[in-house]
Ligand binder design. Structure first.
Ligand code: ADP
Length: 292
């Protein structure tokens, strides 16, 4: 019995070895490395067939993914020029002397809406770009404390009376624990989106940013006292164009957070959200620091 069991186990382990390897490889393939393929061993059996089938499926997925991204990028590019012209013309109209009040209001509305659309197409373009490879050549060492200071400066420009405060009390002493490898522009866009949301959805109440580190990640917590997110909708806030049911009063498109989440994931990080309706929301982002 012992012999049969040991022998059987040995053989089943050997037989399933290639299958386990395929499972491991397939698990490692995601939206950011869709170009990877499984190694096909020339064994002339079902395992070779299975690897080839997976590779064919990945080819088709990659093509579809690329087509979708190209479509969004091209559409966003095409929208940009006419929108710039519209807002330019509206600005020109606004500067005309002796304009009746109603015409002035119209020009102002055209200008504001064109600006909003420009911002939207810009975000869609970034979303399409980050969804694929994130331009690794633009990566460098990024100090997260400095990055958060620049996010605060950006927020000051957009909402001059914001109440965003940065808490440096828990900053790790070892500055290596504050340095990540990443694309500074994208990381800034991600954190700016989260911070501006906190200001927007709390009607400009105080927003606290904590920076800390554990043994793997530099952690940035962004805490607001705003409207919160309904429990059953929290799982959807990273889905493009999703907006929670309590946001009618606030303008938005549902693009900022999916973009931020894509950027954090591209840096091998993760985002956690805790929220209570009427009390506030806490976004916790984890980015692996460079030297571990
Ligand atoms: P939007 O343009 O609608 O703000 P986002 O992609 O930035 O789009 O956010 C998606 C949704 O997540 C928002 O519509 C809102 O429902 C919810 N949300 C994001 N941040 C907050 C926050 N700080 N407080 C409450 N709800 C939030």
């Amino acid at each position: 019995m012992v012999f049969v069991f040991t022998f059987g186990k040995f053989f089943s382990d050997e037989i399933f070895k290639p299958i386990r390897r395929i499972i491991r490889n397939v698990k490692g393939i995601n939206a950011h490395n869709l170009h990877q393929r499984l190694v096909v061993d020339k064994t002339n059996d079902d395992v070779e067939d299975l690897s080839k089938t997976f590779n064919d499926m990945l080819d088709r997925l990659e093509i579809t993914f690329e087509m979708q991204n190209n479509f969004v990028s091209n559409a966003s590019h095409e929208f940009k020029t006419p929108l710039t012209v519209i807002s330019g013309e509206a600005e020109l109209g606004l500067s005309l002397a002796g304009l009746p009040a109603a015409a002035k209001d119209s020009f102002l509305n055209i200008y504001k809406e064109a600006e909003r659309l420009e911002h939207l197409t810009g975000s869609m373009l970034s979303l399409a770009q980050t969804g694929f490879d994130g331009k690794k050549e633009q990566w460098s060492e990024v100090r997260i404390d400095e990055l958060i200071l620049s996010v605060k400066e950006a927020a000051d420009k957009i909402i001059p009376d914001n109440k965003v405060g940065i808490n440096f009390d828990n900053l790790p002493e070892d500055e290596c624990k504050l340095t990540v490898n990443g694309n500074v522009m994208l990381l800034k866009a991600a954190f700016t989106n989260i911070v501006l949301n906190s200001c927007k959805y709390s009607d400009n109440k105080p927003v606290r940013i904590n920076i800390l580190a554990d043994n793997q990640y530099v952690i940035v917590e962004i805490v607001d006292e705003g409207i919160g997110i309904p429990d059953r909708e929290i799982g959807q806030i990273f889905v493009p164009f999703f907006r929670a049911s309590n946001t009618e009063k606030y303008k938005g498109y549902g693009i900022g957070l999916p973009l931020a989440n894509n950027i954090i994931r591209m840096h091998q990080g993760k985002t956690d959200v805790r929220s209570r309706v009427g009390e506030g929301t806490r976004f916790i982002t984890y980015l692996p620091y460079k030297y571990i």
